[in-house]
Design a protein around this ligand. Structure first.
Ligand SMILES: [Mn+2]
Length: 383
């Protein structure tokens, strides 16, 4: 059985004001060519297909076009789940109709795990899909009030999947989850606001292969059978060093898997560069001058119109930082980049500043509860 595993396309994403839809179409073209050449038995997309619950029309068109090419033109089965950025109901529209054509979409978490069986030369492989779900929803669906957080909800759903696994077949689990010990990036929205929501790799015992979405760096998670494919593109400057790829997985007759990462070439790479304005402007122009850049200037003292001058040579400078500020006195030295802090850290630091005392656990949890509800509302109402 040959499987191509990808995830975290985030179609419709906007990066520092730039709509990435053309970059996404460019990468998906490569992806389709790869599928055409590799002829997999199944393509697995492990969540965060869209960047938000109500995606822009061009993102819906791109997904429609991509899935049609895969399923109709290349006659490839596609298994697709909702991630924490997707709306389960919207993504799940037409699920029963589409499954007849070979497009298997798991939007909402159901009462029972959904298994899809695909034949190969050695028998059959069963795929179980576990879309992202809020703990409250899992409690309701499973009729189990005793699932306090994300990790507990995930364990319960996977336990149910393991129980219902068809006997005597090799099995693949497709999920959107955070595994303890994995490496996170700045462009991932936390699965849960309070706590990490991370599960231990052992919850995935018993499956031949586990195809995960959520983390944007391609990586194995705990053991050789559990992998993140990583995202389609670099979606933050923290990912400048990532080589984005998809996983080509071969599952043999005994259920052992062999995995190879196939790199994707971006239309514009995301890079961080450092130097004085003069040095950057006089550097020889390469064909990577239109990459998406974060520039850190080393100049001391005032510099006239740095962004305008940089953009005459590097049209896609998206972020400009000055090195100098860091060392200028105590006040400047204590500057913190709030984007890199968790909600908990921001709240406790704010509380300390305003009240002059540390926040209690109860106060922190009350605040995080409100943030969690706001995130849930936002998922449904973002334009
Ligand atoms: Mn994601």
């Amino acid at each position: 059985m040959r499987i191509i595993h990808t995830a975290d396309w985030h179609l419709g994403r906007i990066f520092y004001g730039v709509r990435l839809i053309q970059d996404q179409a460019y990468a998906l073209d490569q992806f389709i060519n790869l599928v055409r050449e590799a002829k997999p038995d199944a393509v697995v997309i492990a969540g965060d297909v869209y960047d938000r619950a109500v995606p822009p029309p061009e993102a819906v068109s791109l997904l429609d076009e991509t899935l049609s090419r895969l399923v109709i033109d290349l006659r490839t089965r596609v298994i697709l789940i909702a991630g924490n950025h997707d709306s389960p109901e919207r993504l799940g529209f037409g699920t029963r109709l589409l499954s007849q054509s070979g497009l298997h979409v798991a939007g909402r978490v159901g009462l029972d795990p959904v298994w899809t069986t695909i034949p190969d030369a050695h028998g059959t492989v069963s795929f179980c899909t576990i879309p992202y779900a809020e703990p409250a929803l899992v409690r309701e669906r499973l009729g189990n009030p005793d699932l306090p957080d994300h990790a507990a909800a995930m364990r319960a759903v996977i336990a149910k999947a393991r129980e219902t696994r068809p006997r005597g077949t090799r099995s693949v689990l497709v999920a959107h989850a955070l595994v303890i010990g994995s490496e996170e990036s700045e462009s991932e929205r936390p699965l849960s606001v309070g706590g990490t929501g991370a599960v231990e790799p052992s919850v995935f015992d018993g499956f031949s292969f586990v195809a995960l979405g959520h983390l944007h760096r391609p990586q194995r998670a705990g053991n050789d059978r559990i992998h993140y494919s990583g995202s389609l593109l670099q979606y933050s400057f923290s990912e400048a060093a990532h080589i984005k790829s998809v996983n080509l997985v071969e599952l043999d007759a005994a259920g052992r898997c062999h995995l190879e990462r196939i790199p994707l070439t971006p239309r514009h790479a995301v890079r961080c560069v450092t130097g004085t304005l003069e040095a950057l402007l006089s550097a020889p122009a390469g064909n990577d001058a239109d990459d998406y850049l974060s520039v850190t200037l080393l100049d001391k003292g005032p510099v006239f119109d740095p962004i305008g001058r940089l953009r005459s040579k590097y049209p896609n400078v998206l972020e400009l930082k000055r090195m100098e500020r860091l060392g200028r006195g105590d006040q400047a030295a204590s500057r913190v980049d709030y984007r890199s802090l968790s909600d908990r850290e921001i709240f406790t630091s704010f509380f300390q500043t305003v009240k002059g005392e540390a926040a209690s656990e109860d106060e922190i949890n009350a605040y995080l509860g409100v943030v969690e509800r706001l995130h849930a509302l936002e998922r449904e109402s973002q334009p």
